[in-house]
Design a protein around this ligand. Structure first.
Ligand SMILES: [Zn+2]
Length: 61
């Protein structure tokens, strides 16, 4: 249990990223990791766009 760097997937580009060096964003209580700022921005903007209206605050803002 010394090394627990479980690789995670960038939800935008599908790339496998190292969570220790990746950028992060939280959405719906989950933490996502991204290969770079551009993917993170895209993820956030996408989720804001497709987010059902009526809910204010919270997710990805
Ligand atoms: Zn990416």
């Amino acid at each position: 249990m010394s090394k627990s760097t479980a690789a995670v997937k960038d939800p935008v580009c599908g790339m496998t990223v190292d969570p220790t060096t990746a950028l992060h964003a939280e959405c719906d209580g989950k933490t996502y990791s991204f290969c770079g700022e551009h993917c993170r921005e895209q993820f956030l903007s996408t989720h804001v766009e497709v987010k059902p209206k009526g809910k204010s605050g919270g997710c990805c803002s």
